[in-house]
Design a protein around this ligand. Sequence first.
Ligand SMILES: Nc1ncnc2c1ncn2[C@@H]1O[C@H](COP(=O)(O)OP(=O)(O)OP(=O)(O)O)[C@@H](O)[C@H]1O
Length: 264
Amino acid sequence: MEPTSLRREHDNPAVRVEQVSMRFGGGEHENRVLENLNLSVEAGEFVSIVGPSGVGKTTLLRIFSGLIQPTAGHVYVEEEMIRQPHPSVGVVFQDYSRSLLPWMTTIENVAFPLEGRFDKKKRLALAEEALASVGLGGQGKKYPWEMSGGMQQRVAIARGIAYEAKIMLMDEPFASVDAQTRFSLEDLVADLQKRLGLTIILVTHDIDEALYLSDRVVVLAGKPASVVTVLDTDFGDHRDQAATKADPRFGQARTQILELLGHH
Ligand SMILES: Nc1ncnc2c1ncn2[C@@H]1O[C@H](COP(=O)(O)OP(=O)(O)OP(=O)(O)O)[C@@H](O)[C@H]1O
């Protein structure tokens, strides 16, 4: 576990932000959230962002998505500067119940963002394939509200896959499910990432989850926030919930992050 430099040179960045600052409000109500932040994520890489509550993790993810514009700095997707959402980027939020439309069946929900891109037959075929990839093949006729929380979150992930998003931004996607389901969703996402060669940026408050899933863990801190450390994980490609978390290097990395965040 070696701390790496804050600005690492990348060969093939999928997404990156350059000198990004973000302020909300003005005058005496000004809230400076992010300042001069640089972060580059390589194609096929899994990067997690951790930091104290309110530090600006979600704000940074929304800037990466193009949903909001930074006050200063630039955002690039596949080396193209963006000012709005980019078709290669999918977003999965914690609150799956708000992202799935209750009056549509599961398969219709997954196929919905493909409207205008493909005819109906192709849309449904892609949606079925995506559902199968998250272990929900043949279940497309159910409505979201007939499914458990974990299943609904798998549907939300399938929607990004059907859309052929190569870059997935995930904001606390497993926070609303029980611990057991959380572990299986983590393993599902790790597997999909490898199989489909996805680039993933995950915001989480769970340091074990960040270490378990990521190639690098980015620690945000300060007010306004900046990247205080980037940790490379070296637990190998084949991770296992029990064995990886029992690895002494895992414990050392966890302690290092907790100390950085002021939890001694
Ligand atoms: N649309 C907005 N308008 C005004 N202020 C905002 C807006 N979005 C975020 N903020 C402010 O930006 C700061 C960072 O919020 P953000 O949600 O990004 O933090 P976070 O690290 O994701 O927090 P948590 O871990 O609690 O989810 C907070 O002070 C928040 O009040």
